[in-house]
Write a protein that binds this ligand. Structure first.
Ligand code: NAD
Length: 353
């Protein structure tokens, strides 16, 4: 079967890590905008993946979900050949920094070896097949954590900022970024990479800060904050990230990296206070919350922020991340659309039962 279609015109996607937080949001975003596209969603369904995150997408004739591992080369090759896929959008990863500190092996296996497996299969089908080179694009999703940490006065990360990953997670993502770059430079694979700041929004697994705080407020559990809680991150609503990725898939230049961020730096403690305030307001304004979560501090007339508990800091905890998104704004016209307090409120509302 021929796979010689131009991905700039007719994109036929393999989305890895599609049942995770950002992957699922991306599949919904993409098929909402382009309902007729072929999109094969591949996910191993680790603890972080949830098939229900993709609910509703079966209505699209071109959508398929496949449970499988990105390390399974015959499976990846079969999917790409059978469905004539010409674009990989690679989200699959072990993504939680704390887990990488306690057990880095899975991070090396998935983030480095898994990415290499995808690159190898892509090269064999798109560059080395009987038709020679055919039009394609491999987009790799990475993180701002590869750049290391910033001091309070340092300028935000640019695409040229040297890599200085500090956690096993960040190092494994940096390794995968380098492999993507090398496959472009050495073999001519058509790649792009995006390095994004922290995301929040629907389908976020509750081991991460924002959903954890919301869930713990609802269940009257302590709100754990590492150290002094003054670690700063640049936050972006996940739908904005998906729009940025779509812009890169449409117009991104081969071999380029694009930083995606919200120009929205917040200290962890200020985020927890903001969520506490919004949750208290929601409890005060809507009796459904009181009925559903009578045990919560807010339902009992106390402030949610009273639950804050400072815990021992994570080893090697990066102090500040910030993204300079000038390149994607200038080249592709990307701008975040969702204001942070509004996005957080929207996220809290997802938990109304
Ligand atoms: P996530 O942990 O929510 O989802 C990862 C998904 O990958 C899960 O569904 C999991 O089942 C799947 N997966 C893991 N190993 C796999 C394997 N071997 N084969 C197939 N599937 C596998 O992660 P996320 O937050 O959605 O992050 C997605 C990507 O975005 C990651 O590459 C991450 O590094 C990057 N990123 C995340 C953020 C963020 O704030 N969450 C920010 C910047 C970049």
């Amino acid at each position: 079967m021929s796979v010689a279609v131009d991905p700039m015109i007719d994109k036929r996607l393999l989305v890895t890590g599609a049942a995770g937080f950002i992957g699922a949001n991306f599949c919904h975003h993409w098929l909402r905008k382009r309902p007729r596209t072929t999109l094969v969603a591949l996910d191993a369904l680790t603890y972080a993946g949830n098939r229900h995150n993709l609910e509703g997408l079966g209505q699209h004739a071109g959508f398929r979900f496949v449970q499988g591992d990105i390390n399974d080369a015959p499976l990846v090759e079969r999917l790409m050949t059978d469905h004539q896929l010409n674009v990989v959008v690679h989200f699959a990863a072990e993504s939680h920094v704390d887990r990488s500190i306690h057990d880095p092996d899975a991070f090396i296996q998935t983030n480095i070896l898994g990415t290499h497996n995808l690159l190898r299969v892509a090269k064999s089908l798109w560059l080395d097949g009987p038709q020679g080179r055919i039009p394609h694009r491999f987009h790799h999703i990475s993180t701002d954590e590869v750049y290391g940490t910033l001091g309070p006065q340092d300028p935000p990360f640019r695409e040229e900022t040297p890599y200085a990953p500090n956690s096993p997670y960040a190092a494994s993502k940096a390794g995968s970024d380098h492999l993507v770059r090398a496959y472009q430079h050495t073999y001519g694979l058509s790649t792009t990479t995006s390095n994004c700041s922290n995301n929040y929004g629907p389908y976020h697994f509750p081991e991460k800060l924002i959903p954890l705080i919301i869930v713990n407020i609802l269940h009257n559990q302590p709100l754990p904050l590492y150290g002094d809680g003054r670690q700063i991150r640049d936050w972006l609503y996940v739908e904005d990230h998906c729009r940025g990725i779509a812009a890169i898939l449409d117009q991104g230049r081969e071999g380029e990296s694009y930083n995606i961020g919200g120009c929205n730096e917040w200290a962890n403690i200020d985020i927890v206070l903001l969520i506490g305030q919004i949750m208290d307001e929601l409890f005060a304004s809507d009796p459904r919350w009181l009925q559903a979560y009578p045990q919560s501090a807010a339902a009992q007339g106390r402030n949610s922020a009273d639950l804050i508990q400072h815990v021992r800091d994570r080893p090697g905890h990066d102090r500040r991340y910030a993204i300079d998104a000038t390149k994607i704004t200038r080249e592709l016209g990307f701008q975040p659309a969702v204001d942070f307090p509004a996005g957080i409120r929207q996220t809290c509302l997802l938990y109304t039962s």
